[in-house]
Design a protein around this ligand. Structure first.
Ligand code: FAD
Ligand code: EPU
Length: 340
């Protein structure tokens, strides 16, 4: 294992922001991960695990040892007539896992197709799309404690998953490196097609009795059409979380704006698309200082050629203020911001 000093992270984040890490280690095994952690402790340097950098804003240089795990692959660790439990290495590419499991008749992940990133990062914000969240499948998470090097396993319950949230963003924030994730997949097709955009995509494709493969294809198709490819237009997906309002907070809004899309939640909250709020205020397609709001989706901020995370965060703050002023709702940034 090699530790590289003063490494540029520009090609390691999908917003393509320029930032230098004090040090970078690319590790292939648990043993190399232990060596890297020992080294960081000896140097008194903080540690930042980085996957594919698709949910981070690098707003400045990173005074830490950045650790990238290249481990990949999965194996069956338990099974019965209904379920197969896979242990998947943290460095495995998420979308490749979705495609591979579908091919091997292990079902459930289809709605989460084409989400960029690694398996190790997926539990951090409990990735979700098109009516499905990761939490439905997690049976356990293996991790290493950054401070002590100790290996531990968390149950799904201990992960405290919620919408775009988990214990890894709260009590255990910055304390663990996830090394593998156990996922329970169904042996029988598990269809979830209630999300409106997915249903209408299936209709447009002329599919009335979808198979898991149809759902996978429809999700890939709708995502390709709606979301910009970070290779062409550097972005981090949704820049803000969708606000979840209490029924009382939501009532006046639903009354005033008849067409406002809204998603009632299991706990009585009502999720309002942040994209709709931002779109109403005319932000879509606006560009300033090399950064802007994507012309096709108001929730996606794009780096059109600025190296600076600061410009992007300024734009984000302007959007937050204008939504606050007009709707009285405070938007929360979704990706993790580092280096500011
Ligand atoms: P990174 O961006 O590298 O890291 C994200 C956070 O996780 C950082 O805090 C990092 O320190 C931490 N982390 C990474 N790996 C580990 C590890 N092994 N152990 C501990 N901490 C770790 N997300 C969704 O939920 N739904 C979507 O539909 C969706 N669509 C997207 C579309 C686009 C075009 C883009 C660019 C992003 C989208 N995202 C979406 C966000 C992103 O894909 C996910 O958050 C993904 O899980 C991030 O994976 P990553 O490997 O790139 O993580
Ligand atoms: N909308 C607008 N204007 C726009 C875009 C969308 O008014 O410019 C409206 C749409 O009409 C639709 C609603 O907003 O009624 C929701 O749009 P969409 O289906 O695109 O979903 P979203 O709420 O913007 C969320 C996730 C996405 C995930 C999709 C699909 C969050 C923060 N984002 O986006 O996740 O892929 O649903 O489930 O929850 C990500 O986290 O990076 C991400 C892309």
């Amino acid at each position: 294992m090699q530790i590289l000093r003063t490494e540029s992270l520009k090609n390691r984040n999908t917003l393509s922001l320029q930032a230098y890490a004090s040090a970078l280690a690319v590790v292939d095994s648990d043993q190399q991960l232990t060596q890297a952690l020992d080294w960081s402790r000896a140097q008194g340097l903080a540690v930042l695990p980085l996957g594919q950098g698709s949910n981070v804003v690098l707003a400045g240089d990173i005074d830490a040892l950045v650790i990238s795990q290249r481990s990949s692959g999965f194996s069956v660790i338990a099974q019965d007539e209904n379920e197969v439990v896979l242990r998947v290495a943290a460095g495995h590419d998420w979308h490749s896992l979705v495609a591979a499991t579908l091919k091997q008749n292990m079902y459930g992940l289809e709605n989460l197709a084409l989400i960029p990133g690694t398996v190790g990062a997926a539990p951090i914000q409990n990735i979700g799309a098109y009516g499905v969240e990761l939490k439905r499948f997690v049976r356990g998470v293996q991790a290493v404690d950054i401070a002590t090097g100790e290996h531990l396993t968390l149950t799904a319950h201990e992960c405290a998953f919620a919408y775009r949230d988990s214990v890894f963003k709260r009590e255990l924030r910055d304390r663990l490196i996830i090394t593998s994730v156990d996922l329970g997949l169904s042996r029988k097709p598990l269809l979830e097609i209630s999300y409106p955009a997915l249903r209408s995509e299936l209709d447009d494709l002329g599919v009335h009795e979808p198979t898991p493969a149809d759902v996978f294809a429809a999700v890939v198709s709708v995502r390709r059409r709606r979301l910009p490819d970070p290779v062409q237009e550097p972005n981090a997906g949704s820049f803000f979380k969708n606000p979840v309002l209490s029924a009382q907070q939501a009532q006046p809004l639903l009354k005033q704006y008849a067409g406002i899309p809204n998603f009632p939640q299991a706990d009585d909250g009502i999720k309002i698309p942040a994209a709709w709020l931002i779109d109403q205020l005319g932000w879509k397609g606006r560009m300033h200082n090399g950064v802007g709001v994507h012309a096709g989706h108001a929730l996606v901020l794009v780096n059109y050629g600025s190296d600076s995370g600061a410009a992007l965060l300024r734009l984000a703050m302007d959007i937050v203020s204008s939504v606050q002023q007009r709707f009285g709702i405070t938007l929360e940034i979704e990706p993790r911001v580092y280096g500011n």
